[in-house]
Design a protein around this ligand. Structure first.
Ligand SMILES: Cc1cc2nc3c(=O)[nH]c(=O)nc-3n(C[C@H](O)[C@H](O)[C@H](O)COP(=O)(O)OP(=O)(O)OC[C@H]3O[C@@H](n4cnc5c(N)ncnc54)[C@H](O)[C@@H]3O)c2cc1C
Length: 456
């Protein structure tokens, strides 16, 4: 490939205590946590809104609770609280969530379904950040890092206003892709071990009729009722048993990578229908990603046709929302000081430097955390190896695929964000590196801001 040497140029400089890269699932919470510790905080987000895959790909927020229903006799515990719960409270106040709706079927997978309205989430997240005093740089792409030795000094950002240098004392990479860590020279790999997706919101449908369709084949696998269109006790989550559904429906669903699961908080609307495709390379490959973007849009159209043809009550189905770009389950895996193992997760291991507790596994009931309990995310797992003032949060930690099937879930990413944002702020205020921060001080700050810890 030919190369071009970019001429050096002078950039305007902005300065902050804490720089959070990526305003998605983890980044929103990290920025809130950092600002509430009193740090001058900037959040850099490539898109025009906040929320990331929470508002683009998922079906529900997994999970604020332990898996109590699958383990008779085990106590029901809300194991993720703090800012992640505050977001749910804010959503609930404006009709943006089902609430923590108890699973009535499929509770060996999750005990509750916390469904959300994607558009309300975007607004609520933005408002909370502004209220906390965060400088929210949306439509701003992080394009590089300024590094001196083992310290990140700043990032290079691009927006319609131009290119600028944003300097900081502490940094948190919440980009999902690990863009900041990679630019800063951190170690990473690209496992490419998941399908990528583009989930759609589908209008002109009936939850009740979809339920009847699944039920007519004795194929209801997951079912819960909660707040929908202002009324409690309405269906908010449904999933079918593929093996029981008619081949003329399921063969096409499989061909387009469509999951039968959906959630909602509104009548006549499926908030998420997931379409998946496997890429031959990591999603960081721009040209392969472009092919996947097109293929997923074709699959979305086929999904609508499938619902119209086979599911009574969906004759008028249409696409009401798509994600603006691929939803990835893993991009770069960033090397951190500790790599959470599957044994840690399934064995319910807690660490001396836990920053949160978590009790959900995406591969349940095949894989569940011991006795319906929790494991801990250690602070070390967020410290990017080789760099003194960079933390990572979200899907970019945890190498083992099956362990990642737990740590990558939304509520775990949010909890990591609260821990990383809090730590980054305290480090910035004290002028210390992430590894010089005494755990006792971090723990005190987390507990004071509502984080629930099960390690003593
Ligand atoms: C299709 C799909 C379905 C899922 N379903 C569920 C589910 O039902 N329940 C569940 O709990 N989890 C689910 N997950 C997993 C979970 O949603 C994700 O793992 C989690 O949301 C990732 O959070 P994150 O903060 O790491 O990344 P993201 O939420 O993706 O946030 C990253 C943010 O960084 C921004 N960004 C990236 N690069 C740059 C850059 N260079 N400059 C500026 N900004 C940048 C992005 O625009 C984005 O806003 C699902 C995932 C997918 C893909």
């Amino acid at each position: 490939m030919n190369t071009y040497v970019e001429p050096a140029r002078q950039l305007p400089v902005r300065e902050f205590d804490v720089v959070i890269a990526g305003g998605g699932t983890a980044g929103v919470v990290a920025a809130l946590a950092a600002a509430r510790q009193g740090a001058e905080t900037v959040l850099i987000e490539a898109k025009g809104y906040l929320g990331g895959i929470v508002v683009e790909g998922g079906t529900a927020l997994h999970s604020y609770y332990n898996l109590w229903k699958a383990f008779p006799g085990v106590e029901k515990r809300q194991v993720v609280r703090g800012i992640p719960q505050e977001i749910v409270d804010r959503l609930a106040a404006v009709g943006g969530t089902s609430g923590h709706a108890e699973m009535l079927l499929g509770y060996d997978y999750d005990s509750v379904c916390t469904a959300i309205d994607t558009e309300i989430y975007k607004l609520v997240a933005f408002e909370m950040l502004v209220e906390a005093g965060v400088s929210v740089y949306v439509n701003t792409y992080l394009a590089g890092a300024i590094v001196e030795g083992s310290r990140v000094k700043g990032v290079i950002a691009e927006s319609h206003s131009g290119r600028e240098a944003i300097l900081g004392r502490s940094f948190v990479d919440c980009t999902g892709y690990g863009d900041l860590a990679a630019h800063a020279g951190a170690g990473y790999s690209e496992p490419n071990d998941y399908a990528v997706a583009n989930s759609i919101g589908v209008g002109g449908v009936s939850l009740e009729r979809y339920h009847e369709f699944l039920d007519s084949y004795d194929a209801v696998k997951e079912y819960s009722t909660g707040m929908r269109s202002g009324r409690d006790g309405q269906i908010v989550r449904l999933m079918g048993i593929s093996q029981k559904l008619p081949p003329e429906f399921m063969d096409e669903a499989r061909a387009i990578g469509m999951a039968t699961v959906t959630t909602t908080v509104h009548d006549d609307y499926f908030m998420f229908v997931k379409l998946n495709v496997r890429m031959p390379t990591s999603p960081t490959n721009r040209d392969e990603a472009a092919k996947a973007e097109l293929e997923l849009r074709r699959r979305q159209a086929r999904a609508i046709a499938l619902f119209k043809k086979h599911v009574p009550g969906c004759e008028n189905a249409f696409i009401a929302r798509t994600s603006p770009s691929l939803c990835i389950r893993r991009g770069r895996l960033i090397t951190c000081d500790y790599d959470i193992t599957l044994d840690d997760v399934l064995g319910g291991r807690h660490f001396a430097d836990d920053v949160m507790s978590y009790g959900f596994h995406d591969s349940a009931p095949r894989l569940q955390i011991k006795d319906g309990g929790t494991y801990g995310i250690p602070y070390r797992a967020l410290c990017v190896a080789g760099l003194d003032n960079l933390l990572a949060s979200g899907m970019m930690i945890t190498s083992d695929h099956d362990a990642h099937m737990s740590t990558r879930n939304t509520v775990c990413c949010m909890g990591q964000g609260q821990a990383a944002g809090t730590a980054a702020a305290i480090c910035a205020q004290r002028g210390c590196g992430t590894r010089e921060l005494p755990y006792a001080d971090l723990r005190r700050a987390l507990v004071a801001s509502g984080v629930y810890l099960e390690n003593g």
